[in-house]
Design a binder for this molecule. Structure first.
Ligand code: FUL
Length: 723
């Protein structure tokens, strides 16, 4: 064979090979995809309706009903429909606010424990149809369902099983009415995504005028099987909420958090409404028998219903952001309550705070860092199949996932960046249609060629978000240590949230030591003591410092990264209170009286109940000062009693002869429970006395106890001395 024919032969050979390569490739690909089965499901699995609920993430609770007009949290049932009289009710405003806040739905208290119905039910006269609102022609559930539709929100229904108005409560007839109410609500208002059954149940009430205590058996009285069947029949896609579901569970606290370990599964058959082991709801059961994920419900204010006395207690941004991370970030959904006010609107302060929360969360998750300039790899890929590749965890598609081989229940996912990248948030999601699996994992990062551990946690579930100190990493590795089966991770996201800039918190102890704190350690704090506005050139706060004479402290938080600062926070401190002692009080337990000068307005001391004369307390300051005024913090409790509305303030040099230094009224103190400051002509004194000439008996809430004529409470007393 000559060279020419060799060459020809070679060409023919090569052509044949080249022609076969794509075929071979397709062949390999075909088999690698085809043959690798997905991992077998592990444990109880979510239903379709539960899966749809997981996607709801963040939605509103609205407590708006008779209590809004009676200033109560639990109405007795003896209220009259005429009392329900909103002046500017606008459910479209609620929907607009919820939508703009980033929420996905609204759950409304169609009937609370007092029995008043927000729709014209056929079952009782105790409803909007006998109220002045829209001359009795209104239907709030209809209005809200239309508003939700308009704004692309889903509608949920809260229907209290307990009914303190119904005369037949406790009889089988009431249960028939309760079921009929449920039928009305689930038939006439379009799609409902969630039905909320409250665990609070049975007890004293009006009950059609009987005014007595009625006990029922929570497990059997409401015929839960029948109740659930009604929901399934009329709204097959709706999830049912209660302590034990059957679809969605309460998280076992109303403070707004789930435990870090949070299984979406529970031994559901052990749970019933009012379950005494409710703390277990905070973390679920690792060996659960049913899918029963947690919904974290809390209110944006202390109360579920609107009370003007809580206008200054709308939760801080810091608190709301924390709640977001401790609910949504801990495998739960976040149900945030908006107490619509007696006008019928979400209050301006609540709106403002909701939008601030939205802005902050948007900033935290603004830019996902695995999507550009990052590569992902895994320690094991199921059947080496591209169907289960590590890339599936960062492709933004919730239907694809990274999975490991059968028997491989631990392993790593590693992200490698092109250049060192700052990160402080990690979001992980398991592919829950195959069950919740991960029991234990750690997160490590390569920083300056060194591997460091940045966090160690237990469960993941549908969504887990970790927050950690900002690090500049070249690689990040999630090391799944233990799982109930092969790993199935659908999503991994990394973020660099901006430094968290919120107004600093200032406190002082009785010795006079001032402490200033901000939630983000990367944010700096600066202050002045001469009344001037602080800047980043003022004194930097490094550690607690002493303030033992009259001082106006102004403080800012400053973020050098963004070069932004907060508005200054101003606080006045006078002489330290450590030497102070209670000298006398008209009544009350003096052993706890130090609470009225412990520098904490959230604690209080009060005189006795049922006293018929004005009460006072006198204090020995331990030394003589030139006093030119005093301060008084009213009770900050959820159900405050004994707030002084009209006062007399006395001074004395010997604790025996008292001189009236000031008297007057703290106007609007009950609705606006802020620190009161009264100045008068300077006088020398070692002893002071504050008398409640008139006091407010307190919110008319059942839990607040009996009303006492002159029970007088003091959260904090202070003096203003001459420099
Ligand atoms: C509780 C109720 O008793 C409260 O009034 C409120 O509705 C809250 C959401 O659930 O069990």
């Amino acid at each position: 064979m000559n060279i020419q024919s060799h060459l020809e032969n070679y060409k023919v050979h090569m052509k044949a090979i080249l022609l076969r390569v794509p075929l071979l490739f397709i062949f390999i690909l075909f088999f690698s995809c085809k043959q690798v089965e997905p991992p077998k499901p592990v444990g109880p699995l979510p239903s379709e309706r539960q899966l749809a609920w997981h996607d709801m993430k963040y939605y509103a609770f609205v407590h708006f009903n008779m209590n809004t007009f009676t200033d109560m949290e639990w109405g007795t049932g003896g209220e009259k429909p005429e009392q329900f009289n909103p002046t500017e009710l606008d459910t479209r405003q609620w929907a607009k606010v919820a939508k703009e806040a980033g929420m996905t739905g609204i759950i409304i208290t169609a009937k609370h424990h007092d029995g008043f119905c927000l729709w014209p039910t056929k079952t009782t006269e105790h409803s909007v149809k006998n109220s002045p609102w829209k001359d009795g022609n209104g239907d709030l559930i209809k209005d809200l369902s239309e508003a939700c539709k308009e704004y692309g929100l889903k509608l949920g229904i809260y229907l209290s099983p307990w009914d303190r108005n119904a005369s037949n409560y406790g009889e089988p007839e009431y249960v028939a009415d309760f079921h009929a109410q449920l039928r009305e609500l689930l038939t006439n208002y379009g799609d409902v995504f969630e039905v909320w059954f409250d665990g609070a149940n049975g007890g004293s009430g009006y009950y059609g005028g009987a005014n007595e205590t009625r006990k029922i058996d929570n497990k059997t009285y409401y015929e839960w099987d029948k109740t659930h069947a009604i929901v399934r029949e009329l709204q097959p896609n709706a999830v049912i909420f209660s302590d034990g579901g059957p679809d969605i569970r309460w998280v076992g606290t109303e403070e707004g958090w789930a435990n870090e370990t949070n299984w979406s599964i529970m031994k559901r058959d052990e749970i019933f409404p009012g379950w005494p082991r409710y703390v277990e709801l905070r973390s679920g059961h690792e060996d659960g028998t049913h899918w029963l994920p947690a919904e974290v419900n809390t209110s944006i204010r202390p109360g579920w219903y609107y009370h003007s006395r809580e206008d200054h207690q709308v939760k801080s941004l810091e608190r709301l952001v924390r709640t977001y991370y401790e609910s949504i970030g801990r495998n739960g959904n976040f149900l945030l309550n908006l107490p619509v006010d007696s006008r019928g609107l979400v209050h301006e302060k609540d709106v403002e705070q909701l939008m601030t929360l939205k802005t902050q969360i948007d900033k935290d998750f603004a830019k996902e860092l695995t999507t550009s300039g990052a590569k992902i790899s895994a320690s094991n890929v199921r059947g080496n199949s591209s169907n289960y590749a590590a890339e599936n965890a960062i492709d933004g598609n919730p239907e694809t996932y990274w999975a490991t081989d059968d028997g491989v229940v631990s392993g790593t996912l590693t992200i490698a960046f092109d250049t060192p990248t700052e990160i402080n948030r990690l979001l992980l999601q398991e592919y829950i249609p195959l069950g919740q699996r991960v029991e234990n994992f750690i997160v490590e990062a390569e920083v300056d060629d060194q591997w460091i551990e940045i966090d160690g946690q237990t469960t993941i579930g549908f969504r887990r978000i970790l927050q950690f100190e900002t690090i500049k990493a070249t690689k990040v590795r999630v090391d799944f240590k233990m799982a109930k089966g092969p790993l199935v991770i659908s999503n991994l996201e990394l973020y660099r949230a901006p430094n968290f800039l919120v107004a600093p918190k200032i406190s002082r102890d009785v010795k006079g030591m001032v402490t200033i704190s901000v939630p983000d350690e990367e944010v700096e704090v600066y202050y002045t003591t001469d009344g001037s506005i602080p800047s980043e050139n003022s004194t930097k706060y490094e550690a607690s410092f002493l303030v033992n004479s009259p001082t106006t402290l102004k403080v800012i938080a400053y973020d050098s990264q963004s070069q932004m600062q907060t508005e200054p926070v101003t606080t006045y401190y006078d002489i330290p209170k450590e030497p102070w002692k209670v000298l006398t009080s008209t009544t009350g337990d003096l052993r706890k009286a130090h609470l009225l000068f412990d520098e904490d307005p959230n604690t209080y001391w009060a005189t006795d109940s049922n006293v018929k004369t004005p009460q006072d307390v006198s204090i020995d300051l331990g030394d003589t000062y030139s006093i030119k005024g005093f301060t008084y913090w009213p009770n900050q409790d959820r159900y405050p009693t004994g707030i002084i509305t009209n006062y007399e303030f006395f001074t004395s040099t010997n604790g025996k002869n008292w001189k009236l230094a000031a008297k007057g009224e703290f106007s609007n103190i009950v609705n606006s429970r802020l620190e009161q400051r009264v100045e008068f002509k300077s006088t020398k004194a070692r002893f002071i006395k504050l008398r409640g000439v008139k006091v407010d008996p307190g919110a008319s809430h059942e839990i607040s106890g009996q009303v006492a004529d002159f029970k007088t409470s003091y959260a904090e007393i202070g003096v203003i001395t001459e420099d």
